[in-house]
Design a protein around this ligand. Sequence first.
Ligand SMILES: Cc1cc2nc3c(=O)[nH]c(=O)nc-3n(C[C@H](O)[C@H](O)[C@H](O)COP(=O)(O)OP(=O)(O)OC[C@H]3O[C@@H](n4cnc5c(N)ncnc54)[C@H](O)[C@@H]3O)c2cc1C
Length: 350
Amino acid sequence: MRADYLIIGQGISGTLLSRSLIQSGKTVVVVDDGNIAAASKVASGIINPVTGKRLVKTWMIDELLPFAKNTYNEIEREFSIPVISQCNILDFHLTRDAAQVFNERTGDEKEYLRQADESNWAEHFRFNYGIGEIDPCFLVDIKALLDTWRAYLVANNALLEAKFSHNDCLINEGSASYKGILAEKIIYCDGAVGADNPYFNMLPWSKDKGEALIASIPGLPANKIYKQGINIVPWHDGLFWIGATHDWKFIDMLPSASFRKQTEEHLNYWLKLPFTIVDHLVAARPVNVERKPFVGLHPLMPSIGIFNGMGTKGCSVAPYFAHQFAQHLVHGTPLLPDVDVKRFKNILSR
Ligand SMILES: Cc1cc2nc3c(=O)[nH]c(=O)nc-3n(C[C@H](O)[C@H](O)[C@H](O)COP(=O)(O)OP(=O)(O)OC[C@H]3O[C@@H](n4cnc5c(N)ncnc54)[C@H](O)[C@@H]3O)c2cc1C
């Protein structure tokens, strides 16, 4: 079997890159092992345009957000599925200081920050310092996106459901061959395990374990994201996703009893509604020290590429750079130097 590109991984990165390449008239085979603990399957899917205690705009959001919305809207039309919806964050200030910062910033950041009507929420939550609203925020239904794209790949004989092994892949100057598939290039979209990829393990990776609980909270409206240290986010089947942690020094990828206990205690205080925990999810985020994605071809081995390092923001970052990378591969247009993996030429040449 021949394909222009062999893509390893069908998380949000592999999904959007393979779609962009197909849109550009190329053929792909995607290899994915269906791991249920992949970051894309555990993520809540928030696109929040502001970040940090100072609520500043996130990196490149003015370019990334319109592009992401447009991409997800196109997929919605193409497959008749809902993918993206507006879902603002209600920020229940944890402290008087946090409330003050938010209130001050509403003056400077009129595009995204405003006060929320507190009276609507007193029957659902306990809070002492008011509520700010981040408006607009968006929620991506990653499950719908991944499941739909997987079905499309299967229908087009373009998915190999298996664990990829580097030992079985032969890389030559102008090709990569794997178990009877001959491709011009192989592109790794393998998420956090990319840190162990023999061609890219020298990049400045930093793994970040994230945990979330899935709960039933009858009576809580599913049209907002509720934030007070943790986020309560509308999930599938009428449930809510509650999280998440950032653990950079983890020793295993198991769900931790301490996270569950702490989160339940917090919910017991914050929520006036009864809740029932039904699941506990864990995944490693593909994070890098620089907080910018790894995009492009290996500086010494041009038949190998990488599309990874989406960190905590795959939903907003991946659509824009999947398109940019596909254009680069097909038409030779330049990559943004901030994301081009050639910025690590020296360490990748060792
Ligand atoms: C708890 C948590 C909450 C998050 N919340 C958000 C959020 O609200 N908004 C947001 O934008 N981002 C969020 N993120 C980050 C987001 O999940 C990532 O940025 C994004 O999912 C990364 O996607 P990816 O496709 O690069 O990697 P992954 O999702 O990890 O996909 C990699 C794929 O490759 C496959 N694979 C790997 N190795 C092999 C192999 N050897 N053979 C075959 N297949 C293989 C895996 O099975 C997987 O399907 C969150 C992450 C976590 C953990």
